[in-house]
Each structure stands twice: as structure tokens, then as C-alpha cells.
Design a protein around this ligand. Structure first.
Ligand code: 5RP
Length: 222
């Protein structure tokens, strides 16, 4: 199976975690695109019904709407039972790096509404230590140089993602060369730096369930 087929596999597997009759939180990315398509097919077949979804990006909003799935604003719900999203890296504890698609801020907002974060990814995303994937950080543009100096003190090399403006009007720094041994402490520290909107470490909002697509099927980590 190639990577696209693994994404489709976990996208379908996540359907088992969709609570019928409840608004669903929906993440962003190519794996989530597979999930949205599978969800739409299941709804069209009459096998499941949901009143709508809270989306973490304009990209996912468009895809949901193209399938006729209603998209609600985050402020229209008081909570969500489940949030389904992908990851760029995930470790055995459910700690993740996210933001490869620049949607990390809205992803963290929707994850914060949810009781259960269901992560869907192919097996290549599973790591022992977070940091091989360049860490995305959404920032306020005027802080870029100072934040790059702060990351350099931690051994990271930060580069501005050229030509990218997030759905919130922010910019993205990608930080290479980090080994994030303590994701909770790292997230807490970096979140406090002036100019950081959101750091792409998801430790406080870790995945409670991770569905990993592999050649021999879907593995579930809890
Ligand atoms: C977007 C994300 C995505 O979940 C992450 O980049 C994984 O994407 P893909 O499923 O395309 O590999 O965090 O901001």
C-alpha cells in the first residue's frame, strides 16, 4: 500500500469514532481530506447522521460544504465529543507535532473544545522523540527575528515559511534541529514567548486515540 492508500484506510477507520447525532470537530490535511470524503459517503448512504461539523481551516470548511455537510462556527458549540485530525509526528504518548498545513492555531482551538482527540496518520508519522519534522510555529510577523534567536538558543534553526499567510493572517516559522524530550514543558515555555500565536507541539491537547495506517492494517494506540 502506498501512503495515499494508508491515508484512505485510516480515514475510513476513523468513521467508527464519529458520534452519531452530534457535532463533530474536523481537522486539516490530506489525511483529513480522506476522512471527510469517507464521512460524506457514509452520510449519503444513510448509515450515519450528524448535525454538522466545526472545522479547523478554510480548506476543510470548503471540502465539508462541497459534500453538503453543514459547518458551524466554533462559538456556536459549547463542546464536542470528538475531534478528528492528522499529525506530522506523533509519539507513543499521543504527543504530536502539527501545523504542516499551517492550520495549527485553529486546530488547537477546536481540539480544546473536544473531549477526545482522534489522530489519524500513516505509520511513518510515529516517532520516539518529537522534532525530526520541522516544528511549525504561528507567529506575529514583527517577532520573527527575535523568535528565531530564542529558538537558536534551544539548538533550533527557524526559517520563515515563504509565501504563507495563515487563515488568521499570521506567519509560520518552521524550526529544524530540535529534539523535544519534554513536550509539555516545551509547549508551555514557547507559548509564553511574545509574538508566538501557537506552537505546533500538541501536548496539552494530545491525542487520546491514534489510528495508524500500516500495510497490515490499522493499529490503534490509546
Ligand atoms: C495541518 C496539520 C495536519 O494535520 C498535518 O500537517 C498532517 O497533514 P497530512 O495529513 O496532509 O499529512 O497539522 O496544519
Amino acid at each position: 500500500m502506498n501512503q495515499d492508500q494508508l491515508k484512505q484506510l485510516v480515514g475510513r477507520a476513523a468513521l467508527d469514532h464519529v458520534p452519531a447525532g452530534q457535532v463533530l470537530g474536523v481537522g486539516t490535511g490530506s489525511t483529513v481530506d480522506c476522512f471527510i470524503d469517507a464521512l460524506a459517503a457514509r452520510i449519503a448512504a444513510g448509515a450515519i447522521a450528524i448535525p454538522g461539523a466545526v472545522s479547523s481551516s478554510e480548506r476543510s470548511t470548503q471540502r465539508l460544504r462541497s459534500h453538503g455537510i453543514q459547518v458551524l462556527d466554533a462559538s456556536e458549540v459549547t463542546g464536542l465529543a470528538v475531534y478528528v485530525d492528522g499529525a506530522d509526528e506523533i509519539d507513543g504518548r499521543g504527543f504530536m507535532i502539527k501545523g504542516g498545513g499551517a492550520a495549527l492555531t485553529r486546530e488547537k482551538i477546536v481540539a480544546d473544545l473536544a473531549e477526545t482527540f482522534v489522530c489519524i496518520a500513516d505509520e511513518s508519522k510515529l516517532v520516539k522523540t518529537l522534532g525530526r519534522f520541522p516544528l511549525p510555529v504561528e507567529i506575529i510577523p514583527m517577532a520573527a527575528a527575535q523568535l528565531a534567536r530564542r529558538f537558536a538558543r534551544l539548538g533550533g534553526e527557524a526559517r520563515l515559511r515563504e509565501g504563507v499567510v495563515t487563515d488568521n493572517g499570521g506567519h509560520i516559522l518552521d524550526v529544524r534541529g530540535l529534539a523535544i524530550d519534554d513536550p509539555l514543558a516545551f509547549e508551555t515555555e514557547v507559548n509564553q514567548w511574545p509574538g508566538v500565536v501557537t506552537v505546533g507541539v500538541f501536548a496539552r491537547h494530545r491525542a487520546q486515540v491514534c489510528l495508524l495506517g500500516a500495510a497490515d492494517g490499522v493499529k490503534t494506540l490509546r
